[in-house]
Design a protein around this ligand. Structure first.
Ligand code: NAD
Length: 274
């Protein structure tokens, strides 16, 4: 960490640091146009050999690479949240990525201590392709009235290190929602739930600002607690306490479930359930 340099646009030195970089990892919002704009701007400053890695969860790397002057330098490096705890790293070349770029990204992953795997540029890559049907079933269960805390507890008892609801909050409801809708569009019903309606839960939560841990509220509420250690007043420790379901969220879930019930009734009466 001694070599990490925090940069902001207010600092005049940031173009100099970019001009010396061998590899840049972009992790801006999951929006293709924004990723294109960031590639174009970054390429004004980075050297020709510099690898440009994107940490997208679901956008095709080949699409992202279309904005680049040097598409052979573009590659996916998909980390998992929380990055310091999750060992896996997906390395995703697109068809035009050079061997040198793949080798550089792979080497950086290994040096970071990651379990580094090389995967194809297909919807969901490896992890989200496997995780998608599981998360869809979980969202369906919640829509059908299952208590999110009990779902998480059951799956942790089964052996998962983190419950799926907690995972969605950790990843961010906006990111999880984008992945679900992208996979549903590309891979069909197994990713978007048999009822399709289940996928409405994440966009509805987004509309209500329930973005998960990063916004303080998702399926659970996250209370930020500052603990002052009395023996050393200068040392402040902070932590998150998680997993407290709150009334507002329970009301939101109840409202979304009710809307779904109404839609199902309409579907039965018209026999055209979507
Ligand atoms: N959250 C996860 O668990 C996770 C895991 C793997 C990959 N990703 C991917 O990482 C990327 C970021 O996701 P996140 O969860 O960190 O999102 P986030 O909302 O927490 O952070 C997005 C970042 O984008 C920046 N940003 C927003 N608009 C910008 C703009 N116009 N110009 C420059 N920067 C801008 C914000 O300042 C912020 O730092 C996405 O592509 C996501 O799919 C997320």
């Amino acid at each position: 960490m001694g070599n990490v340099i925090g940069l902001t646009q207010d600092m005049s030195s940031w173009p100099k640091h970019f001009s010396q970089a061998d590899l840049v990892v972009e992790a801006v919002l999951e929006d293709l146009n924004l990723k294109h704009a960031v590639i174009k701007e970054t390429e004004q400053y980075i050297p020709e050999h510099c690898v440009f890695a994107t940490n997208t969860s679901a956008l095709p790397i080949a699409e992202i690479a279309k904005a680049s002057k040097r598409p052979e330098n573009i590659i996916g490096m998909h980390y998992f949240s929380p990055v310091d705890k999750m060992p896996l790293l997906e390395i995703i070349p697109h068809e035009g990525t050079s061997e040198k770029t793949i080798a550089t990204a792979y080497d950086v992953g290994l040096r970071q201590g990651k379990t580094t795997i090389l995967v194809k540029d297909v919807p969901g890559f490896y992890v989200n392709r496997s995780l998608g049907p599981y998360m869809s079933e979980v969202m369906d269960l919640v829509m059908d009235g299952a208590d999110p805390l009990r779902v998480d507890k059951a799956l942790k008892t089964f052996g998962f290190p983190v419950g799926p609801i907690n995972l969605a909050d950790e990843v961010g409801i906006d990111v999880a929602g984008h992945v679900q809708s992208f996979l549903g569009d590309n891979l069909g019903v197994r990713m978007s739930s048999p009822h399709k309606n289940a996928s409405t839960i994440l966009p509805k939560m987004m509309e209500k600002g329930l973005l998960g841990k990063k916004s303080g509220k998702g399926f659970f509420e996250y209370v930020f607690v500052v603990v002052v250690v009395l023996t050393s007043p200068s040392l402040l420790q902070s932590s998150h306490i998680s997993m407290i379901p709150i009334n507002q969220i329970n009301k939101t879930l109840a409202q979304i479930r009710q809307e779904r019930k109404t839609k199902r009734c309409e579907c039965r009466s018209t026999e055209t359930c979507g």
